[in-house]
Design a binder for this molecule. Structure first.
Ligand SMILES: *[C@@H]1O[C@H](CO)[C@@H](O)[C@H](O)[C@H]1NC(C)=O
Ligand SMILES: *[C@@H]1O[C@H](CO)[C@@H](O)[C@H](O)[C@H]1NC(C)=O
Length: 206
């Protein structure tokens, strides 16, 4: 009887604890190309487990298709973005996933996919953290989640990828075949894959 009383008291006390200060914001990731808004990152995956884009012109109710992410607006370094409306809760973060040539990018045309991933720590090298691309294609690929840098002045969100050797690359974001790639060199990517690419910048829109 006494034991029961004590544990009830402990429960009542802990529920009175001050709430943790909420420093995360919810918002959408707006895509611009050459200064013009072309859409948003969508909450939907294609059959390869890559996140798709949403055109602002394609559907007037497209706000329902946008990905909603949670972002810590006070962090200057790299952080993971939690997808609040993720289609696959096993891989809840918006992350980079190794491409055909591996998980290192730089001065050549190598690239990464963008999909749902498990979590990695800021600055960590690519790891088998689990991701939607591997899940959908059965191709084992490394990934990273904490690759996003938020600029609170411009609201821009830029990817900073840590390579297998530990060097850090500020990546370009390409929009190709309604999916996204991260690559180190725009021209090398275009020359290597001969793809029609829109180079985009991302902004966090609350
Ligand atoms: C982020 O950078 C700004 C400007 O350089 C600085 O004033 C601020 O203290 C930094 N915040 C953190 C959390 O490091
Ligand atoms: C953040 O954006 C502002 C405005 O575009 C720019 O002047 C500044 O250099 C950016 N900061 C970083 C760390 O890139």
């Amino acid at each position: 009887m006494f034991v029961q009383f004590v544990s009830l008291l402990a429960l009542a006390t802990s529920s009175l604890a001050a709430p943790v200060q909420d420093i995360t914001s919810l918002g959408y990731l707006r895509c611009s190309s050459e200064g013009k808004v072309i859409g948003y990152i969508s909450k939907s995956l294609n059959s390869f487990g890559e996140y798709k884009g949403v055109s602002p012109d394609s559907d007037s109710t497209d706000v329902n298709h946008r990905m909603l992410v949670s972002l810590d607006v006070t962090t200057n370094g790299t952080q993971s973005l939690l997808v609040k409306n993720a289609p696959d809760n096993d891989y809840p973060f918006l992350g980079g996933i190794g491409g055909e040539e591996g998980s290192t990018i730089g001065s050549d045309g190598d690239y990464l996919h963008v999909g749902g991933t498990g979590t990695t720590a800021p600055g960590a090298k690519p790891a088998y953290c689990g991701n939607t691309y591997t899940d959908r294609t059965n191709k084992l690929r490394k990934c990273e989640s904490a690759i996003w840098v938020f600029n609170s002045t411009s609201s821009e969100v830029t990817p900073q990828w840590t390579n297998d050797a530990g060097d850090v690359i500020t990546a370009n974001i390409g929009y190709v075949d309604e999916a996204f790639v991260l690559t180190g060199d725009k021209k090398e990517f275009e020359d290597t894959w001969e793809d029609e690419v829109e180079w985009i910048t991302l902004a966090f829109e609350t």
